[in-house]
Design a protein around this ligand. Structure first.
Ligand code: TRP
Ligand code: ZN
Length: 865
């Protein structure tokens, strides 16, 4: 209470420019845990070394606990003091042994940071600043230590005791207790510390590394979940082999364990040798997980595994460098996923995600550079900008260098910084050195926020055969950054002939690094059509003078699958924006392009399914000066209905393509299922009389969750009698499966029905709804707040609902509460009435006594705009 109030008065701002090396290093630490859910005793023995010439005392971070004892070199001392939450110990020499003891209460830890209880087991989450909730320590990533961990616990309740590194001993004790000791030979920062104690079963595997080392793999879950771990174990082995092949990175310990827990603030955590996962990214079988879930599991398993090098062996000097490990690791996991199936579809999904989450962030009050300059609460900076835009920065550097030099540059980086805490600058310097390029101007990508806008116009003089492409860039102002410098934009482009459909040039890479530039092409015999930002080579918005006919042409003829998808999206977007503003639009070009795409048998079905999907309501909103949620919804529904009716026969064909073949998990089978789901959506949108019957039949007969959930989603959007029946059947069938119940909540929160706001308010009272579980909170509240029309329904009930839930959640779990806030920060994009209602709830949140600094930072920045 008191601390939160102090934060309200003047929250402490951490600034990048204030970085100073640690006063004391801690090369070795020994931890001794007497584990108990109600009261755990933690003894810590720190070997501390004075770093540089100074006489500063040792300052150890803590949070929530009190020291029970402090000793220096084996002698109890009492000249320590508490300043803020730090334990300050005066020390005279250059090296000492400092021991502390504290008591903590895992079962009262609802923040899920530090040591906490989940499903009767004990586990930890230390990134970013959770270790200080376990013991006193310099809790900053540039203090690297070798850890020795001993755990003692009740053997019946916690038969499994895991920690980082390798197991070095275990045994039984009197009174039903047992102990285990683990030792991690690799120095690591405290945020990578982990332990797990619980009643867990294991799916074991082995992996033999390139150099012949045999690694014992283990996926630890509740006994009854063991049958759902095969996919994750498989993905782990595939990831290990992929990192050896593609980046030359081998695993370095004898064991690699993953534990799944139900209560988790994030997706998963890369703790050295002991990854801890949100169970939604481990558990899967065809009956309970969709194709999307299977893919997400493989991607997150790969992501956390890849952190062993990009994050653990080379870690971050300070939290401003977060994208050093996250942007790079996302880039690595994207490459992995692209290699498992269709690279084009993977790129489409990643760009769609970037546009849905990062572009709005970059355009709003919470915009920040990939390397931020300041923060109040670091957990608020685990954002789409750090992760996904950060990955785009790495991708652009890879594009500029080309594959061979990029690999040489990552080798240099891993080699040079192994065992150290590095910076984004260190990474870029390796790219420059091994790539033999000058990235001085490119570095602006790390410091300037905002999504660059590129305008492209192409002129052709038939007589001279010369074509001139004029490019100009503009980076919009963002909070604290009113004016910007031109950036380096790597744009892949190619020209196609309007008459012949043939390519007129090779693909070229242009580095646009001025405010405006022209590029000239000679001997262009026919009217050229511009294909630009192919593969989404730069994370920018392109504004071109291409007509609907040009876009339709590219949708048919472009040889870059991403550009083809993009042309289709732009055509749809232009049509939907016109329809939103004018109340109607000519749908013909879109209908023809969709018809051709569906009919093109040369295209992979997964690609077709993505290409025929309309842009989301919020993406349409992002194109407008004032978002009109009802008009957008109406325009989009009208186009869906028209597409559904005009192409009725083709949707039926696409729907039937998957046939009745039993479930298999292959890229082909996934593509057919995806197309079937999309087709079902269009059949329902057409108003076809049998749509609900068709959906319900699919719902009942499905032998997998992908088809079942697609049918449920379709029914949940309508008001046929089958709707309630399907929701009830689904609920009853999966009443004891939390992850599937999340889908039940989410599907209703995303419904296109008029009564969704009221339905969501009722669901918040459902006996299965709880704010204590982050997945459940996100499945209802998070999903609702991205359902544009429902959340922004006139009157502001959606805003008040979100604020009420967020304030309640903040008392339990500030980190998760703060992540639900950003939709309220978009008030500037809406009409005055909605903006006023959104601001009113933000004001209310800011005024809540004792509100966390997590939520306070997000809400006050959102108000400032
Ligand atoms: N490093 C983790 C990842 O990207 C992120 C993470 C896991 C996290 N748990 C967290 C971040 C809790 C903040 C708080 O894989
Ligand atoms: Zn990560």
């Amino acid at each position: 209470m008191i601390d939160a109030h102090a934060a309200f008065a003047s929250p402490h701002v951490t600034r990048r420019e204030e970085y100073a090396p640690p006063d004391w290093m801690v090369p070795e630490i020994a931890l001794d845990f007497a584990l108990d859910a109600g009261a755990t005793r933690v003894k810590a023995r720190l070997d501390v070394r004075r770093n540089g010439a100074h006489d500063a005392p040792l300052r150890l971070d803590g949070a929530g606990q009190q020291p029970l004892s402090v000793s220096v070199d084996g002698v109890a001392v009492n000249d320590w003091r508490i300043e803020g939450e730090q334990l300050v110990v005066p020390l005279s020499g250059a090296a000492h042994v400092v021991e502390t003891e504290v008591e903590i209460a895992p079962d009262r830890n609802t923040q899920l940071m530090g040591l906490y209880a989940s499903g009767g087991n004990l586990c930890t989450q230390c990134e970013a600043e959770g270790f200080r909730r376990i013991t006193y320590f310099p809790d900053r990533p540039d203090v690297l230590s070798r850890y020795r961990v001993t755990m003692t616990a009740d053997k019946a309740r916690y038969p499994v005791l895991l920690a980082n590194g390798d197991p070095v001993g275990a045994g039984d004790l009197d009174g039903g207790l047992h102990w285990a000791e683990w030792h991690d030979p690799f120095p690591k920062p405290s945020y990578l510390f982990a332990l797990v104690a619980g009643d867990l079963a294991v799916n074991r595997g082995t992996f033999v590394t390139r150099s012949g080392r045999e690694v014992q793999l283990g996926i630890w879950v509740r006994e009854q979940d063991l049958p759902k771990t095969a996919h994750a174990l498989d993905a782990l082995k595939t990831s290990m082999a992929w990192d050896e092949r593609v980046y030359g990175r081998e695993y370095d310990l004898d064991v690699f364990n993953i534990v799944a827990v139900d209560d988790f603030n994030f997706g998963a955590m890369e703790n050295k040798g002991l990854n801890i996962f949100n169970s939604r990214y481990i558990l899967a079988d065809p009956d309970t997980a969709t194709d999307y879930d299977f893919d997400a599991i493989a991607a997150v398993v790969a992501h956390e595994y890849f952190h062993n090098w990009s994050g653990n062996r080379v870690t971050c000097r300070d939290w401003f460098q977060l994208s050093l490990k996250e942007g790079f690791t996302v880039y690595r996991d994207q490459g992995f996923s692209a290699d498992q199936g269709s690279a084009a579809v993977k790129r489409i999904e990643d760009v769609r995600g970037l546009r849905a989450a990062q572009f709005p962030e970059d355009a709003g009050p919470l915009a920040h550079p990939v390397r931020p300059e300041s923060y109040i609460e670091i957990s608020n900076f685990y954002t789409a900008t750090i992760y996904n835009k950060g990955a785009e920065l790495i991708r652009m550097m890879a594009t500029i260098l080309g594959p061979l030099k990029f690999r040489a540059a990552t080798d240099l980086y891993f080699d040079r910084f192994d065992g150290t805490a590095a910076t984004c600058e260190d990474y870029v310097a390796c790219m420059e050195e091994a790539g033999d390029v000058d990235l001085s101007q490119f570095r602006l990508w790390y410091t300037q926020a905002g999504t660059p806008r590129v305008s492209a116009t192409l002129e052709h003089h038939a007589g001279s055969g010369r074509a001139t492409l004029r490019l100009a860039q503009h980076v919009p102002a963002t909070p604290g950054q009113p004016s910007k410098s031109p950036m380096v934009l790597p744009l892949k482009l190619r020209l196609f002939g309007a008459e012949t459909g043939a390519p007129l040039t090779d693909e070229q890479l242009i580095l646009l690094d001025e405010t405006s530039e022209s590029v000239t092409f000679e001997t262009v015999a026919e009217r050229p059509i511009l294909s630009i930002n192919r593969g989404f080579s730069a994370p920018v918005v392109v504004e071109s003078d291409r007509t609907a006919a040009d876009l339709a042409f590219l949708a048919r003829h472009d040889d870059d699958p991403f550009a083809r998808y993009e042309a289709m999206q732009q055509l749809m977007l232009d049509t939907l924006v016109a329809a939103t503003i004018e109340g109607q639009a000519d749908h013909r070009a879109v209908i023809d392009a969709v018809a051709d795409t569906l009919a093109n048998e040369g295209l992979d079905r997964a690609f077709v399914a993505e290409a025929v999907l309309l842009p989301s309501e919020s993406f349409i909103g992002d194109q407008l000066s004032v978002v009109d949620p009802d008009a957008i919804f109406a325009a989009r529904e009208a186009l869906r209905r028209d597409l559904g009716r005009s192409l009725a026969g083709q949707w039926r064909t696409a729907y039937d393509l998957a046939g009745d073949a039993p479930y298999t998990y292959s890229p082909q089978a996934k593509g057919l299922r995806r197309l079937r789901s999309v087709a079902l959506g269009y059949i329902a949108a057409s108003g076809a009389e049998d749509a609900a019957t068709l959906a319900f039949r699919q719902f009942e007969r499905a032998d997998n969750m992908t088809d079942r959930q697609a049918a449920l989603t379709t029914l949940a959007n309508g008001d046929d009698a089958e709707r309630e029946a399907a929701l009830d059947i689904f609920y009853n069938r999966y009443a004891d499966n939390g992850l599937v119940l999340d889908k039940w909540f989410q599907t209703q929160a995303l419904s296109a029905r008029d009564d969704t706001p009221q339905a969501v308010a009722l669901l918040a009272e459902h006996p299965d709804f709880t704010l204590a579980n982050p997945n459940r909170a996100r499945s209802l509240i998070g999903a609702f707040s991205v359902n544009q029309r429902a959340f922004h329904a006139a009157g502001g009930a959606g805003y008040r609902f979100l604020a009420d839930q967020l304030i309640a959640l903040d008392k339990l779990n500030p980190q998760t509460a703060a992540k639900l806030l950003p939709p309220l920060g978009r008030w500037k994009r809406f009409d005055a009435t909605r903006a006023g209602l959104m601001r009113a709830v933000l004001e209310r949140i800011v005024a809540v006594p004792g509100i966390s600094k997590d939520v306070l930072e997000q809400a006050s920045k959102s108000l400032e705009g």
